[in-house]
Design a protein around this ligand. Sequence first.
Ligand code: FAD
Length: 71
Amino acid sequence: KNGVKVLTECPVTGIEVTDGHVTGVNTPQGLITAKYVINAAGLHADDISRMANDDSFTIAPRKGEYILFDK
Ligand SMILES: Cc1cc2nc3c(=O)[nH]c(=O)nc-3n(C[C@H](O)[C@H](O)[C@H](O)COP(=O)(O)OP(=O)(O)OC[C@H]3O[C@@H](n4cnc5c(N)ncnc54)[C@H](O)[C@@H]3O)c2cc1C
């Protein structure tokens, strides 16, 4: 109703940057231009960030366990 279009099986493969501003994302289904792009790629957020020439952080996932101290 609000004009949202959900694209599945459509990974971001590149980020368009023009004059230092993100202007869209490249996908197998073509370029999607946008005024704003939100990077919500979870453990792959650093990969996406690097596509926009930002390598200011890396994510190093590791396996962990929860420990309950309170009986
Ligand atoms: C085994 C396990 C158990 C957990 N249990 C709990 C729990 O009990 N309670 C709790 O609070 N948290 C739990 N967590 C942590 C929780 O899952 C994460 O903190 C949360 O899902 C992070 O949300 P997110 O939206 O940032 O990223 P995600 O949920 O990881 O979403 C990122 C999305 O980006 C997509 N994506 C990645 N790269 C691309 C790309 N190039 N193009 C397009 N899409 C892309 C992915 O497919 C994914 O759908 C658990 C995590 C794991 C692995």
